[in-house]
Write a protein of this length. Structure first.
Length: 320
């Protein structure tokens, strides 16, 4: 990371195109090469801000295309002159979890799931199209009781594709611009999965998102339909006090004992991608039949692989 040091940087209290209110102790820092991930900066990383013989440690709070927003210790007043900036990774645990997942994926995860081969992909798609030609109602049955009646035909078909295992073991991708109903489709998918697989053995579903805020949004939507006994939100001790009052009844601390108990009695387990990568160190693997990652484009690939590798049943007729 030293090669990305910024010798002459300025701390800014605002950036014209970023509409944020000024907050004491929070500053913007322009980082050349950030959009190309050179350096790769994540929320939680440490930034050393030096001027003359004084060095202060700041924490990265938000990352934008060309700027990062950092928080400095209370009482710190940046000098009028430029400062020297050095980036340092935050907690090493997420990196270790990602390395653990990627290093063992080749041995434990089927190649067709980790890196689908084009020939296999084409075969599965042909089989799906043939089944659709034989039965027009196969993928969008007429007798489904939709929780969200406003879903369009494409969204309903996406839900049915998953619950009917139409392309297993290939992953299912739901793509679309912001505001097009991706999260609404995911919510419907979770509820329909529970309805159609409730009598199957080990029908548990694991729902992940890269950030705590995204996780809380999912819990808020599902809380209208699921009780605390049916759904659990695994969280850290520091996050617990920040949860909304409507989410706290679902929350369980992410330590081994409480996590294992909650997973065993709940149909839906919800957590961040990073925290879920630690679950296999708590107990046995292969406890979930379905894995859903909301906002997957914002998660790192090693973290995603670690969650898939550690928690998903990879047998031919197993999870997806």
């Amino acid at each position: 990371m030293k090669r990305y040091d910024i010798a002459e940087a300025r701390l800014l209290d605002h950036v014209p195109f970023l509409e944020y209110q000024k907050q004491k102790g929070w500053w913007f820092l322009e980082v050349p090469g950030l959009v190309e991930e050179r350096p790769s900066v994540l929320p939680g990383d440490i930034v050393e801000v030096s001027h003359l013989e004084t060095t202060e440690k700041a924490t990265v709070r938000e990352v934008f295309l060309e700027h990062v927003r950092i928080s400095l210790p209370k009482g710190y007043e940046p000098p009028d002159e430029c400062v020297h900036v050095r980036f340092k990774p935050g907690s090493r645990i997420p990196y270790l979890m990602g390395h653990n997942g990627t290093s063992t994926a080749k041995e434990e995860m089927p190649l067709g799931m980790l890196a689908p081969i084009q020939q296999n992909t084409q075969t599965i798609v042909k089989q799906m199209r043939k089944r659709l030609e034989e039965d027009k109602n196969l993928f969008v049955p007429q007798n489904i009781a939709w929780v969200n009646e406003t879903l369009n035909p494409e969204q309903k078909q996406a839900v049915c594709d998953v619950i009917n295992h139409s392309c297993r073991p290939l992953p299912y991708l739901i793509l679309g611009p912001p505001g097009t109903g991706k999260s609404a489709t995911v919510t419907e998918l979770i509820l329909q999965w529970l309805e159609h697989h409730r009598h199957e053995k080990d029908d548990r579903i694991l729902v992940l998102a890269p950030s705590n805020d995204a996780v809380d949004v999912i819990v808020s939507k599902l809380s209208r339909h699921l009780t605390p006994g049916e759904m659990v939100r695994i969280t850290s001790f520091r996050r617990m006090e920040k949860l909304g009052e409507h989410i706290k009844p679902y929350a369980v601390l992410g330590n081994p004992d409480e996590t294992n108990t909650a997973i065993e009695i709940s149909a839906v387990t919800i957590s961040t991608v990073g925290l879920a990568a630690r679950f296999p160190f708590y107990d046995k693997k292969d406890r979930f039949r379905c894995l859903v990652i909301d906002e997957a484009g914002h998660a790192t690939e090693p973290d995603t692989i670690a969650a898939m590798l550690s928690l998903l049943d990879h047998s031919p007729n197993g999870g997806q």
